[in-house]
Every structure is written in structure tokens, then in C-alpha cells.
Design a protein around this ligand. Structure first.
Ligand code: BYC
Length: 338
């Protein structure tokens, strides 16, 4: 349902005499849709763009555990609790694959985490909204994971090998997450009038923040043109947002829920749904740190990081001792052989 066509516009790849021979070879590989691997030559700006995007993506997965994590103890049944626990663990795993993919670009994880904790790195705006009711857990799965899949399926064909390969596994898991969210909402809309109201109220809070997840309009997007030329981004922010709206409106109709947009209507000439203006002031406020939960989210992440410090230090001390023992054993065996 969320699969994308992924043709890359080859005309976007320049073959210019002002490029060095290394750059020309790199551009030719991008034009042939070859994967770039960690030890291959790459322009520094390609490397830094990937570090920025992959680490922000990793941070989003890890911060994204918080809004749902708070509902694990309050899930309405043992089955829902088990599913939610597994989903939140999956998000932690996604963060780990992505930090590992970023590390292949020569940056260390401690630096990336420090950038998050000090407010220098971004993470997805969506995780700065509160989860007030159980319906919000359904909405995160249905809408937020649905939007994430729409954005991430094209990244499975990103030009950087380790990122593309991490995304394949992540997308498989996100697909399950989206379905479990839809199942929660589907159950609520078939429940009591109060449960239906809860689902509708939740949709009203999550709809616009979900559309903002795709990032600013293409005309305001700083990175899209270059990221597309490099085969990192395959589909623009606006095109992905439109695909998401087109897929989601019929799902909302099936659920009997009303999307909170009076301007939403099918446009037969465009073959797409038209929708109303996105509240970009709110988006930038949230991105700049002034959303409903930014401070709470960062405080929770920093606390978890500090509470886990002794485990990391103990593991590092154990690894150092094991290395020293192995080195001593190898010296002893060399002496015995001499
Ligand atoms: N929130 O030039 P643009 C998940 C920033 S986790 C905050 O279009 P780009 C899940 C952008 O960084 C899913 N900031 O940028 C987890 C840039 O600022 P900088 C997370 C945003 O990179 C747990 C500026 O705005 N997914 O699914 O070409 C539970 C201009 O934007 C946002 C990913 O991370 C935003 N929403 O395009 C449940 C996917 N949007 O960096 C679910 C990977 C934009 O210059 N990332 N900005 O200071 C991407 O695909 C791209 O980075 C984006 C933005 C489409 C997000």
C-alpha cells in the first residue's frame, strides 16, 4: 500500500569539467545508481549530509520511544501490552541500526548523542506532542508510522549502502507497526460512542503534526535539491506528503472518522486530494524547541543516558581487561615458542 515508484532524474547528475577526477567518478557512480560504501571516496558534503540525516533519523527513533513507552503499563489488555512493548523495543533497535550506519561515515556515537542532548541535532517534530489517551497510541501507529513508511521506503534505495540496507529491515518492522495502529483505531471506532469520540478527538490532534513530519514545502526545503541529485532523497517532501494524504483519506472514510480539514476534497483534474494550509508557524516553533513536550523529551533522554552510564563504563572496563588478558596470553605463547 505504501510502496513507491523510485525513478531518479538522471539529468540532475552533473558532469562538469570543473569537478576533480574523483568527483567525476563519484558522480558517474551515482548516475549508474551504484551504492556508495564506507571506504569509497565521497565528497565531504555528501558525508556530512548523510551524517546529519542518518543521525537525526536515529535520534527520532530513540526519542520516538517515549510517547508510546508511557502507555506500556496502561495498555488496555495483556495482548496490547505485549504488542506495544515489542513495538517500542523495535524503535530502539531502529535507532541502533541507524547509529551504526552513521558510524560507518567516521563519526562516533558519543558525539552524535552529545549533539542531541545539547540541542545541536534535530529529531522529528512529531515526538514533541503528548499522548493523552489510548487512541493516541493507535494514531501514532496508523498515521505517524504510516507517514514514516511513506518517507522511508524510498530510502531503501538511497545511494549510501549502509543506510539503504538498514532501511530495508526498518521498513518491514514499520509496516507491522502501522497495521497494529490501524487495528487499535479500527477496534475503537467499532466500540462505544465514547471510544469513537476518543478516536476522533485523537485524529484531530495528530493530523496536522503528521503532515508536518514530511518537512517544509519543497520551495522552502534547504536540502532537497542536492540530496536528490546525490540519490539520497528519491521523492520530495511535498510529493511524499501528497501520497500520504491520498492513501490515508480513504482509510479515514472506511473508519468513519473525519479529517479536521474543511478544504480537503478530491481534485479530479490533479488526480489527488487538495488539502488546506499547514500551520508552519507551529512546525518551526516545535523544531526550534518550543513544542508541547520538547523539554520533557530531552530531560527523559538525558536522564536515561546518565542512568545507563555505569553499564557502559562497566562494559568498557570489562572489554579493556579482556583485551589485556588476550595480549598477555599471546606474549606468553610467543615466549614459549621462542
Ligand atoms: N522535524 O531541507 P529539509 C519514526 C528540518 S522516526 C524536525 O527538507 P531534509 C518513528 C531539517 O532537518 C521517523 N526537523 O531537510 C519512531 C532541516 O534542518 P537542518 C523519522 C525537520 O533533511 C518511533 C530543515 O528542517 N524519519 O518513524 O532534506 C515511533 C529543512 O528541511 C523536519 C526520518 O528521520 C521534521 N519533521 O528533509 C514511531 C527520515 N522536517 O537539518 C515512528 C529520514 C525537516 O538543516 N529523514 N526538518 O538543521 C528524512 O527523510 C529527511 O531528513 C526529512 C527532511 C524528510 C525529515
Amino acid at each position: 500500500m505504501y510502496t513507491q515508484a523510485m525513478d531518479l532524474d538522471r539529468s540532475a547528475t552533473p558532469a562538469d569539467a570543473t569537478f576533480t577526477s574523483e568527483e567525476q567518478a563519484f558522480n558517474a557512480r551515482i548516475a549508474r545508481d551504484e551504492k556508495i560504501e564506507p571506504n569509497d571516496w565521497m565528497p565531504e558534503s555528501y558525508r556530512s549530509t548523510l551524517i546529519r540525516q542518518i543521525s537525526q533519523h536515529a535520534h527520532s527513533e530513540v526519542v520516538g520511544m517515549l510517547p508510546e513507552g508511557g502507555w506500556i503499563t496502561r495498555a488496555p489488555s495483556l495482548k496490547r501490552k505485549e504488542i506495544l512493548l515489542a513495538k517500542v523495543q523495535d524503535e530502539g533497535g531502529h535507532g541502533l541500526y541507524l547509529y551504526a550506519a552513521a558510524e560507518t561515515l567516521g563519526v562516533c556515537r558519543a558525539e552524535l548523542i552529545d549533539a542531541l542532548h545539547s540541542g545541536r541535532a534535530k529529531y522529528s517534530s512529531i515526538f514533541n506532542y503528548p499522548t493523552l489517551t489510548w487512541a493516541d497510541i493507535g494514531m501514532i501507529g496508523w498515521l505517524v508510522d504510516g507517514a514514516a513508511i511513506m518517507n522511508q521506503v524510498p530510502l531503501c534505495r538511497c545511494s549510501y549502502g549502509p543506510y539503504a540496507r538498514a532501511m530495508i529491515r526498518i521498513c518491514k518492522e514499520e509496516s507491522f507497526h502501522q497495521r497494529q495502529g490501524f487495528d487499535i483505531v479500527h477496534t475503537l471506532v467499532r466500540g462505544t460512542p465514547e471510544q469513537r469520540r476518543m478516536a476522533q478527538e485523537s485524529l484531530e490532534r495528530w493530523w496536522w503534526p503528521t503532515l508536518m513530519m514530511f518537512g517544509p514545502h519543497d520551495k522552502d526545503s534547504t536540502h532537497t535539491a542536492q540530496a536528490t541529485a546525490w540519490g539520497i532523497k528519491r521523492i520530495t517532501n511535498d510529493d511524499l506528503r501528497q501520497k500520504f494524504v491520498d492513501v490515508t483519506v480513504p482509510q479515514a472514510e472506511y473508519l468513519g472518522l473525519e479529517i479536521p480539514d474543511p478544504e480537503l476534497r478530491w481534485n479530479p483534474e490533479r488526480g489527488h486530494y487538495d488539502f488546506g494550509p499547514i500551520p508552519w508557524d507551529e512546525f518551526w516553533r516545535v523544531v526550534k524547541g518550543d513544542g508541547p513536550c520538547n523539554k520533557e523529551r530531552m530531560a527523559a533522554r538525558i536522564q536515561a543516558f546518565e542512568e545507563g552510564r555505569w553499564v557502559r563504563e562497566a562494559a568498557a572496563a570489562h572489554a579493556a581487561k579482556a583485551r589485556a588478558r588476550a595480549a598477555a596470553a599471546s606474549v606468553a605463547s610467543e615466549e614459549a615458542a621462542a
